[in-house]
Design a protein around this ligand. Structure first.
Ligand code: NDP
Length: 259
């Protein structure tokens, strides 16, 4: 008998783009999670309308959670709300999807842009991991009958990018000279490796996933992949992760990307 992707999941930045499509496909799947926490920094704002409509249709599954990953107090509050809903089962899976790209050449980029992008793309996922760790640990203990490491048991997926790869920078820098974004996502990769080491004894899998170049506000209309195609691939990869994948950087097809 096929089993669920996982019992519970939190997706950050889920009001549009790849995050919204993740929630949409998860709730549509017959093997989708029982509880989906849709993180969104302004749940009552105009940009969350589509997410609110989806949540309204699936009230028993989707909970929209106020979550600004640039604001530690908001992350702490979100972890309390999720804890109240999942109780002893804990939280199986976090997809750290929320992110920003402020394109900037060397000449255009100053301290505030570097710091702002780093705050969202690196500090945010770090505080999410820290505050939600007790819930991930609870899930790892509750679902220990699952394979040793998997998203069914307990996992953090950090949404990274091909542009984070230091090895490949010489191949693609001139097409995308984005200092704040590249540097922050390379740091997110290191965060991924640190967490993978730190949390392995808790049974928590941690990896970084590149969604491909995707048609969203960030990816632009020239991108080759639709959000639906990218997310189908991402969910296929996430579902099949095992212990050997902790601490890796993979793309939406499951191919390894050099650091
Ligand atoms: P979008 O710009 O379309 O969406 C970004 C999402 O992140 C929005 O929901 C946005 O919310 C949210 N967000 C931004 N800052 C915060 C914050 N401080 N707190 C909470 N939510 C926040 O981007 P994509 O969907 O394309 O990107 C999703 C992820 O995929 C990102 O991490 C990105 O780096 C990565 N990626 C995307 C690629 C692409 O081609 N599109 C390629 C490689 C990686 P709000 O509406 O409130 O701004």
């Amino acid at each position: 008998m096929a089993c669920r992707i996982c019992y519970s999941v939190l997706v950050t930045g889920s009001n549009r783009g790849i995050g919204f499509e993740l929630v949409r496909q998860l709730v549509d799947s017959p093997l989708g999670p029982v509880k989906i926490f849709a993180g969104c920094r302004d749940p009552n704002g105009p940009r969350a309308q589509e997410l609110q409509e989806l949540a309204q249709k699936h009230q028993d599954v989707i909970t929209v959670v106020q979550l600004d990953i640039g604001c530690p107090a908001s992350i702490t509050e979100a972890s309390k709300l999720v804890e109240a809903k999942v109780q002893d089962k804990g939280l199986n899976l976090i997809i750290n999807n929320a992110g920003v790209n402020i394109p900037g050449s060397l000449a255009d980029t100053g301290k505030s842009t570097m710091v702002d992008v780093y705050t969202t793309n690196v500090v945010g996922p770090m505080i999410v991991a820290k505050d939600f760790r007790p819930l991930l640990c609870k899930a790892a203990a509750q679902f220990s009958h699952q394979t040793s490491m998997s998203c069914k048991r307990s996992a953090i997926i950090n949404v990274s990018t091909l542009l984070s790869s230091i090895t490949m920078c010489h191949e693609n820098f001139s097409q995308a000279p984005m200092y704040p974004y590249r540097v922050s996502k390379a740091a997110l990769n290191m965060l991924t490796r640190c967490l993978a080491e730190d949390l392995k004894n808790d049974g928590i899998l941690v990896m970084a996933l590149h969604p491909g170049w995707v048609q969203t506000e960030m990816g632009g209309s020239e991108a080759p992949l639709t959000a639906a195609e990218s997310v189908r691939g991402m969910l296929g990869v996430i579902t099949n992760l095992t212990e050997k994948d902790t601490g890796t950087l993979l793309d939406w097809k499951g191919n390894s990307i050099p650091w």
